[in-house]
Design a protein around this ligand. Sequence first.
Ligand code: NAD
Length: 331
Amino acid sequence: ERVGFAVIGLGVIADHFMRGVKQSQRCKITALVSGHRDKAERIAAEYGVPKDSIYSYEDFDRIRDNKTVQAVYVALPNSMHAEYTIRAAKAGKHVFCEKPMALSSAECQQMIDACKTANVKLMIAYRMQYEPLTLKCIEMVRSGKIGDVVAFEGQFGFNIQPGVWRTKKALAGGGSVYDVGIYALQAARMFTGEEPVEIKAVASTVHKNDPRFAEMEESVEWSMRFPSGVVASCASTYGGQMEGFMRVHGVSGTLEMGPTYGYDGVTMRGRAKGEHWEESNPEKDPKQFEREADHFAECVQTGRTPKTPGEEGLRDLTYIEKIYESAGVKL
Ligand code: NAD
């Protein structure tokens, strides 16, 4: 029996996810939650969702009685993740929630507690932790292919459209670190296998009178020192095309990924000790979404804890708060 998902919020990422689920053997879309009835009915028809399994945000809690729904996928603006995770848990549904997990570490803790109390699974949608080439590169670094790691670099950013929810602090929580810097933060933690013990950050804005940056900084650069002594130097922006990239420097070589963090086209290259590597993952979007949905469905079916549980989202929010605090930006 496939795990039935209710998709909450029918925006850009929900579309990727639903197409991924369509390819999956383990999952199916069984309900939709939207503020736009017309859009929801059109998508429902496409995915074979019955009309009485379309909910509005107001009547969402009725989903408790829908036996076709075992789990929800929270694909809403960041500020709504905590509310809908907690409401879903109270309705007895497992929760697969988009990154960043919430606006603050305090909210993350409330989400974890609510899911624990309701005895439902909670997984955060860290796509790259299910992407095979990324996993292979992590294994190469951790198994010593480039020798002891001495330094890490990572960045991700894009030139944001004016007026979108990501530019509004109340909905986004803060600037680009929440949205895209989190990929470099995750990569630094995954590749070193360590948790940062010291964080220093600088926030800055190039386009000073640009209304896009009225509520938040344009760019953030930050350093994280890990217990081994490795320092990760990271950056994110909403002001320019900063292609997803990361590089690990080891005693005897270098491994880098770029472009990376995207929905497909993930590419690596590296060299050490006379060896040279170069590889791209040929899989196409929405394969990454199928993989993460399948992992969560397997956890729901077997009772296993997801590889990226709420605690993983909480850790990142703790670091994001430290980054902004160090940069002197009030959240
Ligand atoms: P989006 O703007 O395309 O979609 C958001 C959806 O929420 C829309 O359908 C919108 O109608 C709905 N919504 C409900 N209340 C809203 C409100 N008050 N203001 C604005 N929209 C409202 O955004 P998206 O890019 O799909 O992002 C959704 C979430 O997914 C975010 O948390 C984002 O960080 C995350 N995301 C993750 C990835 C990934 O690769 N894992 C990629 C993109 C986005």
